[in-house]
Ligand binder design. Sequence first.
Ligand SMILES: Cc1cc2nc3c(=O)[nH]c(=O)nc-3n(C[C@H](O)[C@H](O)[C@H](O)COP(=O)(O)O)c2cc1C
Length: 192
Amino acid sequence: MKINQKPRAMMFPAPAVVASAYDEDGKADCCTLAFATMCSHHPPAVMIAINTTLKRKTLKSILHTGEFCIGFPSVEHVAETDYMGIASGYDTDKIRDVGFTFSDGKVVNAPIINEFAASLECRLIHTADVGSHTQLTGEIVNVRAEEDILDEKGKISYQKLDPICYDDVSHTYFSIGSHVGDGFKIGLKFRK
Ligand SMILES: Cc1cc2nc3c(=O)[nH]c(=O)nc-3n(C[C@H](O)[C@H](O)[C@H](O)COP(=O)(O)O)c2cc1C
């Protein structure tokens, strides 16, 4: 029997990623986001959503520079990632607090957190207000990845990256599970 649930934002699985940007004074800030997903192949783009009604310095910084990075934390950095979603750049320097460092983006004017094995450099191409959140679309203009998370074909390996999944319903972090099938292949058995 299916039970009706109260409507609330949810997605399974959702990630925990970290958006970073420079503020008006050139200071690096970042915040953890579960509202994040890819949204276009051409141009390559991602979409994030940041709460407009609550205190979010990173949103102000992204709107100011029009550029941002998305870092993909690995499971080993789950505590640092959580902290970046608790503290605000209005009150403290989060990157320094967790002992992380950052570099300038290679293409965009936004900080890349060095400890994250993979990051996207994004240029803001669209914003939309959706209720409590501002939805920001970023064109991916560069991708940075540590050599040791690449597979034999030079592509980012999901398993080597070991990204964090976040359940926004129970407020719990998970690691990815095991390989269960090959995309665009395992479903072919139903083709008539
Ligand atoms: C796991 C996790 C996911 C989060 N996802 C979002 C999100 O998608 N959108 C958002 O506006 N805030 C989200 N937050 C809250 C912000 O990261 C948090 O308010 C942060 O302190 C904002 O920092 P800032 O003021 O430096 O930008 C999340 C927090 C956590 C811990």
